[in-house]
Ligand binder design. Structure first.
Ligand code: ZN
Ligand code: ZN
Length: 351
């Protein structure tokens, strides 16, 4: 298979900074689309993967799975996309296409899904490289159309932060009048508030600090509950149909389970790992409450979200950076010092 070298930004080791390097991309096959990358969002997973926090990174690592760009080449078999069109790519670039999950538009749960970075490229038989690069080649089935009315850079985080919160909102059937709470106001949390609000839900932010109150209201929350205030937590008992928990580290879920209504669900989208302290089943059993998890969304659902965002004029609140500032951005992200997502202007890699 013919390949070409592409400029990228990545790291050769878990303890090394990100810097410019060359990677290999395949030439387009009949089903592929080559995309000139204009913007790429910066996700917490990028940092975890670059630093091998999950223990399965293969180096070099080139992160980035919130990609917006322009089609510069299409394979012979492509009919859905044209050169010059603006498109997006999210967290997935391939899957088996045959399992029940794939047949039900749940490619994110396919046992053989191929991540946009750190996955196994079936064509080149090596790891996939993400969006911190000049260009990417992707199977057309994993390329998304973007609404024409939205700011391109602000679209990028919809591809991961957005779909990660949209998928549970849809799965648990949030609609006008639903009572939704969001734990944590970061990249995921701010999208959860915007999307739940646009679906017509009554939205509450759980926050540890009163400082975030005005920001949450501006994003579309109806109220804020300070989770460290016992009286406020007491008043919130039994209120919520769905709680989206975006906190990326282990924390005590038990106080939040109590705020679920009968049949309510708390869904984890930010933290991977064992829960500490353990869950107490009593409030779950006394009210048929569920604690669940959810991972990004399928391709059809991601397209549905992009169309919804176009209709409701929703983009992410972002801070644009140059690729040369990525290491500093990681440090700031660790301190939650970003409102609410960094997006890389990939033009800075080409200069
Ligand atoms: Zn992500
Ligand atoms: Zn599959």
């Amino acid at each position: 298979m013919s390949v070409k070298n592409v400029k990228a930004y990545g790291t050769e080791a878990s303890d090394a900074v990100l810097e410019q390097l060359d990677i290999t991309r395949r030439e387009v096959t009949s089903k592929d689309i080559e995309i000139d990358i204009l913007y790429c969002g910066v996700c917490h997973s990028d940092l975890h993967f670059a630093r091998n926090d999950w223990g399965f990174s293969v180096y070099p690592v080139v992160p980035g799975h919130e990609i917006v760009g322009k089609v510069i080449k299409v394979g012979e078999g492509i009919t859905k996309f044209n050169v010059g069109e603006l498109v997006a790519v999210g967290c997935l670039v391939d899957s088996c296409r045959e399992c029940n999950n794939c047949k039900n538009d749940l490619e994110q749960y396919c046992p053989e899904f191929v991540g946009t970075y750190g996955g196994q490229d079936k064509h080149l038989n090596m790891q996939t490289f993400g969006g911190y690069s000049e260009s990417i080649v992707v199977d057309e089935d994993f390329v998304l159309k973007i609404p024409k009315n939205l700011d391109l850079a602000g679209i990028a985080p919809i591809l991961c932060a957005g779909i990660t919160t949209w998928s549970p909102l849809r799965h648990w059937n949030v609609k006008k009048g639903s009572k939704v709470a969001v734990i944590g106001l970061g990249g995921l949390g701010h999208m959860a508030i915007k999307l739940a609000n646009a679906l017509g839900a009554d939205v509450t932010l759980f926050s540890r600090s009163p400082n975030k109150m005005q920001d949450a209201l501006d994003l579309g929350a109806n109220q804020v509950v300070i989770s460290t205030d016992e009286m406020q937590m007491e008043n919130a008992q039994g209120l919520f149909d769905l709680i989206i928990d975006t906190v990326p580290y282990s924390h005590d879920l038990n106080p939040y389970v109590g705020t679920l209504n009968t049949n309510g669900t708390l869904v984890l989208v930010g933290y991977l790992g064992p829960l500490d302290p353990m869950l107490n089943s009593v409030p779950m059993i006394l009210g048929r409450k569920t604690v669940a998890g959810s991972l990004i969304g399928g391709i059809a659902e991601t397209q549905e979200l992009l169309d919804f965002c176009g209709k409701h004029d929703i983009i992410s609140d972002i801070e644009i950076i140059n690729i040369q500032d990525i290491n500093e951005a990681y440090e700031r992200m660790l301190k939650s010092d970003v409102h609410y997502r960094f997006v890389i202007d990939m033009g800075s890699l080409k200069d």
